[in-house]
Design a protein around this ligand. Structure first.
Ligand SMILES: [Zn+2]
Length: 52
């Protein structure tokens, strides 16, 4: 089984699971503009809500 995986830099897709949005060559992010915001909002907790 000689299966070659082509890594074409000019054809990158969003890393988000299930998303096949093709990224622009000028887009340095790993996600499309939609999921990029999803990832950011995940990583950044909303100003630490005070839950007491
Ligand atoms: Zn996406």
């Amino acid at each position: 089984m000689a299966k070659k995986i082509k890594l074409n830099r000019k054809h990158r897709v969003c890393r988000f699971t299930g998303c096949r949005h093709v990224l622009s060559i000028y887009n340095l992010q790993s996600y499309c503009h939609v999921h990029q915001q999803v990832i950011i909002s995940r990583d950044m907790p909303l100003m630490s809500l005070d839950k007491r």
